[in-house]
Design a protein. Structure first.
Length: 179
């Protein structure tokens, strides 16, 4: 089982690339907002209960996928409410169940990020769409991203389209292509 852990800043194209990579490989796409939205329906974002349950659900799904030998792609936007060491706990959990974790880091220039932020597709998962709020939080987001492990692959998503980025990831990680 392989876990392709795609991380990068808000509006860097994580979900778009993950979907394309999933189409190419047949891997399941486990988008972080699936859990964020489920937990936020009960507990406010950032509360102790929210933070604890969000991480537990993320790790439980990854561990179960590893035990079932079901490879998957996880998208993640590092931010301050995620408890330090989450990436290590992912690696340990997946490894203990017989899987391997491969980090892919996406980058995007600030001007491109701000341009993408208001795309209608971002509203589907209640993603951040305010340029003003992004500018206020950018320093915190950047610090959280710096705490993540450098990816085995680092892709500037302003330089590669989603299909090309997904193919680059698949080729670099040696993932099987189903299409």
């Amino acid at each position: 089982m392989k876990l392709v852990f795609i991380h990068g800043p808000v509006a860097s194209g994580k979900l778009t690339i993950a979907k394309e990579l999933g189409r190419m490989t047949g891997y399941a796409v486990f988008h972080n907002h699936l859990v964020v939205d489920a937990v936020a329906a009960v507990f406010p974002f950032g509360t102790e209960q929210f933070v604890r349950l969000r991480e537990k659900m993320w790790l439980d799904v990854m561990r179960e996928a590893a035990m079932a030998k079901r490879s998957l792609i996880f998208t993640f936007a590092p931010e301050p409410t995620v408890v330090e060491g989450f990436d290590r706990r992912v690696v340990e959990s997946v490894s203990a169940a017989g899987g391997s974790t491969h980090f892919v880091q996406l980058t995007v220039p600030a001007a491109v990020q701000e341009e993408r932020l208001t795309a209608p597709s971002r509203a589907a998962f209640g993603k951040l769409q305010s340029v003003v709020l992004l500018r206020e939080l950018r320093t915190q987001f950047e610090a959280s991203e710096r705490a993540m492990p450098k990816g085995e692959i680092v892709i500037d998503t302003s330089a590669l389209g989603p299909a090309e980025a997904a193919r680059t990831i698949a080729e670099t990680l040696g993932l099987p292509l189903s299409s």
